[in-house]
Each structure stands twice: as structure tokens, then as C-alpha cells.
Design a binder for this molecule. Structure first.
Ligand code: PMP
Length: 471
């Protein structure tokens, strides 16, 4: 046998051996997952992962192997463990599907778990839908979106920034239209990062950032924040989560599920850290318009968009879903440097050619209706106020939201299990989102600020079931 043949044979043997070891490792990970579920433990254990990381680094030095490659390989293995251990979690989506099934059986359900406004899109949308056929919108188009809409979005964003003195200027090249913020998040994570890279997610968090990263073989570093620290991370927590493979940090403020945004100082520090380590900042600002009218006089905080930092590695995702109440239209946008827009639009072109042209035309008419957004924002604010008041009256524990459309709360009862409670509550006709869908928050649940009559009705039932179960 020639030398090369001999080496090839050896490589094959080693690779097959590694696959067998992967099978053994995955089986053990599953067993650990079952044990963790029985003990009520979380899937990810950052301390254990760090300890293993240290051992790998040490081994690399001993055997003279490139550390960065080895750590990426380790991240892939850790991700596989997370994947096999993550089944069976209750999220707002799984509760929603159960609630829908009950409705099909004829039961009446009050949906406090949903993540969508229950009001109608602006009237202009109706007119636009009626005229779009005759206008001839309905062909293939550019992957980044039709120029008229990108142009209008850039004006909209520029206007929001105007007068803030940030120096940022939004042009058409900075905008890409996409079918909702969710897809924008998926595109950004999948195209800007590589398998084995790391991404930082601050929890509690909307689950898609983590899921997109896992799907793309990217390691998630979670930073857990607590009610006690007003859902704010410490700068040490952020710094400690960064290593040579860290490539992105995700921000989502006003936050789903807490409704909070950070005091300016914390956000300024996070951006400084991102700049220092050359990290992408993925800022999901889908609820930004639901913050304008929620300035809190007592705390003096007001929402600051990441756009204001004029940071070249920031990606801002926005949508027509919430502020325009157009969830089912599936349309949103990204604001970023043209080089980033070019990269992410390639995957958009590959996967869907372009966003539906008629819907882009409808969105173009919607974005010109500023008053509708202001009105929707006022409605949400008023509902949130009502929700906060009721939640206080019935003794829930929470931090008052600064924006978005949710309340993230727990009860005063020790060992309260929100997943079990949400199952029981659903039997009584009220759906809520269990906290475990947003990270390690089994004792919390999220309530959406829906219309006030239904909201009050739902909260009375919630209070009654709570008392019956725990007092
Ligand atoms: N980001 C956050 C924080 C959300 O809560 C949601 C919807 N629940 C989305 C993005 C998805 O928005 P879209 O409908 O634009 O995909």
C-alpha cells in the first residue's frame, strides 16, 4: 500500500471511531437530560461547560493542537447535548396549540399567552390590498425588497434618529425587507456566524435566538438575569461570557417577556464591550414603537435604539407585526451596514427569492400611517397599565414593564411551578405562557396585555385558580 492509501485508511478508521464515540456521548447526554428533567434542573450548566472548556484548553497545550479549532469542536458537541436534552419544554407556542385544540372541541379560551396584538392593521392596509392587483405588483423582485419600500423605511428610521445627534444616517443601502423579524434573526445568525462560534443571549429571552443558533451549530452563552436585579445583567457577567470564539451578542429591548429596557449606562457599556471585542450586536427592536409612550417618570429611563450608537457591526431587526398589527402579513426589515445587508440578502435570495411583492406594496402604504402606530402604542400602554394594576392587586411579583406588551411575573408562593399552573389554568379556560420557554424561569409566567374586558375576565380566573391551588 502506498503511503497516502495507508493514511487514508487510518483517517477512515479514526473518523468511524469518532462517530461511535459520538453515539455513546449522545446516549449519555440523553440520560443526563432525563435525570435533569426529573430533578427540575436546567439543560445548560455554564459552570460545567466552562470546567470542560478549561480541560480542553489544557489538553491542547499538552498535545500541541490549535485551541480555537478544538474549542469549536467542543461547542458542536455541547450543542448536540443541548439539542437532545431540550425536548418537551412548554413554550407560549405549545400552550397556544393546546388552547387551539381545546377551542376546536368547543371550549372558550382567553388567550393571555399570545404574542400578537388583537387589533386591526391600519385602514390604509385595506385600501392597499384592494388596489394592489390593478397596480400590477406581483412579480419577482430584488431580494433586498422593492426600492420604494426600502426608501420609505430608510426615511422612517432616519426620522426616528433625527435630532438625537447620533451622527447615524440611514440610507436605502442600509435596509433589507424580509418576511418578518423572525426570519431576519435567522438570516443574521445563520450568515454572519460559523459553526462553533459563540453567541451571547441575555435571559429571560424570546426563544428564537437560541433556537436559530442551535440550528446553525452555534454555541449559545446565556446570561441569566433576575427579578431582584431588575432583569439587568452586570457588566462582569457580560465580560465573563466572552472568549475568542464569541462573535455576537443579542439584545431585545423593550424585552419579550419582561417589557424592560436597560438604563442607558448599561447599554452604553454593552456596546463598548462589543466594540472592544469586535462583536456583532443583533438588536431585535420589534417593540421599539411600544416604548415611545412608556417613559417612566420615576426612573427617568427612555428607550435608546442601538442605531443611535452608529456601530458598524450592529444589525437592527424590526417588523410590521406588532406596531402595525400585521403579524400574518409576514413582513419586517433589517437595518445594517451595506456589507452586512449584502451578506444576509444572499441567503434570503437563495431561500425565498424575494418577499411577496403585493405585501411589500401594502407595507409601503402602512408605513406612511404614523398616527395608526401612535394609536396602537397608546392602546398597548393603557392595557399594560390595567394589567399592572390588577397584577399588583392580586399580589403577583414583577418589575413594571417599560414597553412591549407583556408582564413577566411570579407569585409569592414558594416552589410555585408555572408550567403546572398554566396547565391547570388552561383547564379553566385561560392560557398563559410558562416562564420555562424563556430560559431558567420555571416559577414565572408571561401574560399578554390583550383587550381590557377579556384581560380582566382572564385575570379574575387566574386569581381564583391561584387561590384554590395554593391557599
Ligand atoms: N422578535 C420578538 C422579540 C418577538 O416577540 C417576535 C414575535 N413574538 C418576533 C421577533 C417575530 O416577529 P415577526 O412576526 O416579525 O417575525
Amino acid at each position: 500500500m502506498s503511503d497516502i492509501e495507508e493514511h487514508r485508511k487510518k483517517i477512515e478508521e479514526i473518523t468511524l471511531e469518532m462517530i461511535k464515540l459520538l453515539k455513546i456521548r449522545t446516549d449519555i447526554a440523553k440520560q443526563i437530560g432525563d435525570a435533569k428533567a426529573n430533578l427540575g434542573m436546567t439543560v445548560t450548566d455554564e459552570e460545567r461547560e466552562d470546567a470542560l472548556r478549561t480541560q480542553v484548553t489544557k489538553l491542547c497545550k499538552e498535545i500541541d493542537l490549535d485551541q480555537s479549532t478544538a474549542l469549536k469542536f467542543l461547542n458542536l458537541l455541547l450543542n448536540e447535548s443541548v439539542k437532545v436534552q431540550s425536548d418537551g419544554k412548554q413554550t407560549h407556542l405549545s400552550v397556544f396549540l393546546k388552547a387551539k385544540a381545546l377551542e376546536e372541541e368547543g371550549k372558550k379560551i382567553i388567550h393571555l399567552e399570545v404574542g400578537e396584538p388583537d387589533f386591526k392593521p391600519p385602514e390604509e392596509v385595506k385600501t392597499a390590498l384592494a388596489e394592489v392587483y390593478d397596480k400590477g405588483y406581483g412579480k419577482y423582485g430584488p431580494a433586498k425588497g422593492i426600492t420604494e419600500l426600502r426608501d420609505e423605511i430608510s426615511l422612517h428610521e432616519d426620522k426616528l434618529l433625527l435630532g438625537l445627534g447620533s451622527g447615524a444616517e440611514i440610507k436605502v443601502e442600509n435596509i433589507m425587507v424580509c418576511p418578518g423579524a423572525r426570519f431576519a434573526v435567522y438570516l443574521a445568525i445563520s450568515t454572519l456566524l460559523n459553526p462553533g462560534d459563540e453567541i451571547i443571549v441575555i435571559e429571560p429571552s424570546w426563544p428564537a435566538y437560541k433556537d436559530c443558533a442551535l440550528n446553525a451549530g452555534i454555541k449559545v452563552r446565556t446570561i441569566k438575569t433576575t427579578l431582584e436585579t431588575k432583569w439587568e445583567p452586570s457588566i462582569d457577567q457580560i465580560n465573563n461570557a466572552i472568549n475568542e470564539n464569541t462573535k455576537m451578542i443579542v439584545l431585545n429591548y423593550p424585552n419579550n417577556p419582561t417589557g424592560k429596557y436597560f438604563p442607558e449606562k448599561i447599554q452604553d457599556s454593552i456596546i463598548e464591550i462589543a466594540k472592544k471585542h469586535d462583536l456583532y450586536v443583533l438588536s431585535d427592536e420589534i417593540y421599539a414603537e411600544f416604548a415611545e409612550h412608556t417613559k417612566i417618570p420615576t426612573s427617568g429611563v427612555s428607550f435608546k435604539s442601538v442605531l443611535e450608537y452608529n456601530y458598524k457591526k450592529s444589525i437592527i431587526t424590526k417588523s410590521f407585526s406588532k406596531s402595525y398589527a400585521m403579524t400574518g402579513y409576514r413582513i419586517g426589515w433589517v437595518v445594517a451596514e451595506p456589507s452586512i445587508i449584502d451578506k444576509i440578502s444572499k441567503l434570503q435570495a437563495l431561500s425565498l427569492t424575494n418577499v411577496s411583492e403585493p405585501i411589500q406594496y401594502v407595507a409601503l402604504q402602512a408605513i406612511k400611517t404614523e398616527e395608526a402606530v401612535a394609536e396602537n402604542s397608546r392602546i398597548i400602554k393603557s392595557r399594560l397599565d390595567t394589567l399592572v394594576k390588577i397584577a399588583k392587586d392580586i399580589g403577583l411579583e414583577f418589575i413594571e414593564p417599560d414597553g412591549a406588551m407583556y408582564l413577566f411575573a411570579k407569585t409569592k408562593h414558594k416552589d410555585f411551578d408555572a408550567t403546572k399552573f398554566s396547565e391547570k389554568l388552561l383547564e379553566h379556560g385561560v392560557a398563559i405562557a410558562p416562564g420555562e420557554g424563556f430560559g431558567d424561569y420555571k416559577e414565572f409566567f408571561r401574560i399578554t396585555a390583550i383587550d381590557e374586558t377579556r384581560l380582566k375576565e382572564g385575570m379574575i380566573i387566574l386569581d381564583t385558580v391561584l387561590k384554590e391551588s395554593y391557599e
